[in-house]
Ligand binder design. Structure first.
Ligand SMILES: Nc1ncnc2c1ncn2[C@@H]1O[C@H](COP(=O)(O)OP(=O)(O)OP(=O)(O)O)[C@@H](O)[C@H]1O
Ligand SMILES: [Mg+2]
Length: 430
């Protein structure tokens, strides 16, 4: 690295003196190769640390292996055209969709986002489009965090999501990445002894969230409209209510800022032809919710700038019904235990610390908001409140130790401090 600028300077001085075009071409080319070599060495050091091993989840590991095999065989992930960022349907070797991959570098504010509209937003008016309460470019971690919270609480509404590393021709790469890959292939051909030492020869791996694809689901908006016109029988309505409450618990804990009715899916298979009656008796759950697109959650502060980012489910009739005993039995014992919450924070720490831009202070703030949400939810469940009453509760932050922050302060034992977040966004909902 220290040699490269000197080399370029020396070359420029020499050329100014002699104006030798051929030599200029030769030296410019070798300077380019030198820079590429430096990039390759840096990348190789970084690549050693990337792997898709999930020793505690062999089933998931097998799915990822199938995805990798498909890519090797030329069955490439396909970009989801409607998304605001680079999100891809990942296939198995037979071409069946098995997951949704969202690379960090192609997130709305990632440096390789393929949509020019997002680039324009970032450049011209980030305050109107960005979310000031979120740590930028950590959407993939938020996706995986939602899945972790879901599984720790036994909610079963988030399709399993983990951080994985994939590469594909169809992902968005810059010219340097593509040149590096070509350079390595060239080295492997010409100097196999050197080439064999590379950890990867193809395009660089991208870190991102990989969510299992769920089949037979449609956007909630579609089903909710249909249920309005054709009301569900009582037993299925209750199942839907129970699933809905699980979605509320998830969203509230991770403080999702993007839960429109297009970001959760419902699966409901009406038996027989279209005119048949809804089934009266289902032994298992006939209706299922899938909470997808959880990339805009886990904020480091409550929204307090322009927009309030409300939970759109709060306007549904289901939100007016008090939480059921079933939901209380499922989550209350866990979330009212500070040790469980601390365990959850530690698991999230293990996940978040792998990010290149990880900042411990920011992470602590994210966990303070989450603990506040857990505290409110616990109280709401104990008091028999409904989701709409839950979202109207004063917003709380629970920090690890007392700091000089503003607001009413109540000490929770010796380790935590509860603060009410009083500043409200300009366009407020509640
Ligand atoms: N796990 C999944 N299983 C099945 N379908 C999915 C899954 N995840 C996403 N989809 C489908 O892909 C579409 C886009 O997904 P998603 O909303 O997560 O992407 P996005 O890039 O964040 O898009 P946007 O910015 O528009 O919200 C969804 O509307 C849904 O139809
Ligand atoms: Mg979406």
């Amino acid at each position: 690295c220290t040699l490269a600028p000197r080399y370029i300077l020396f070359t420029a001085a020499y050329l100014m003196q002699y104006n030798n075009i051929m030599l200029f071409k030769f030296l410019a080319h070798s300077a380019f190769c030198l820079v590429l070599l430096i990039f390759i060495v840096i990348e190789e050091r970084f690549l050693r640390r990337l792997s898709n091993h999930f020793p505690d989840d062999p089933e998931f590991e097998e799915i990822i292996q199938r995805a990798e095999q498909a890519i090797e065989n030329g069955v490439f992930p396909e970009r989801i055209s409607q998304g605001s960022s680079g999100s891809y349907f990942v296939k198995d070797p037979k071409g069946k969709i098995i997951g949704v991959f969202k690379p960090k570098s192609e997130e709305p504010y990632g440096h390789l986002n393929p949509k020019w509209t997002k680039y324009f937003h970032k450049l011209c008016c980030p305050c109107c489009f960005g979310r000031g309460c979120l740590v930028p470019n950590q959407g993939y971690l938020s996706e995986a965090a939602a899945s972790l919270v879901d599984s720790k609480l036994g909610l079963g509404v988030v399709p399993k999501t983990k951080v994985v590393f994939l590469s594909s021709e169809t992902f968005h790469y810059n010219a340097i990445d593509r040149a590096k890959s070509r350079g390595k292939k060239y080295a492997l051909e010409k100097v196999p002894k050197v080439g064999r030492r590379f950890h990867r020869v193809g395009l660089p791996l991208k870190a991102g969230s990989f969510q299992l694809f769920v089949e037979g689901y449609r956007e909630a908006d579609y089903w909710l409209r249909r249920f309005e016109a054709e009301p569900l029988p009582e037993n299925i309505r209750k199942q839907l209510q129970s699933q809905f409450e699980r979605l509320v618990v998830l969203d509230y804990i991770i403080r999702n800022t993007d839960r429109g009715n297009d970001n959760w899916l419902i699966k409901y298979e009406k038996p027989g032809d279209g005119d048949a009656e809804w089934p009266e008796n289902c032994s298992d759950s006939c209706i299922k919710i899938a909470a997808i697109d959880n990339g805009l959650a886990v904020p480091f502060k409550h929204p307090d700038e322009w927009r309030a980012y409300p939970f759109h489910w709060a306007w549904l009739p289901q939100a007016k019904v008090a939480f059921s005993q079933e939901t209380r039995d499922l989550v209350l014992a866990r979330i009212s235990d500070m040790n469980f919450v601390q365990d959850l924070c530690e698991d999230l720490y293990e996940m978040f610390k792998t990010d290149k831009g990880f900042d411990r202070t920011m992470f602590e703030r994210q966990m303070s908001v989450m603990r506040g949400q857990v505290l409110n939810l616990t109280q709401a469940l104990k008091d028999g409140k409904s989701p709409i009453q839950l979202v109207q509760m004063p917003r709380v932050v629970v920090e690890r130790s007392a700091t000089g922050s503003q607001g009413r302060v109540v000490t929770l034992g010796s380790a935590f401090t509860q603060t009410f977040h009083c500043k409200r966004p300009f366009f407020t909902s509640w």
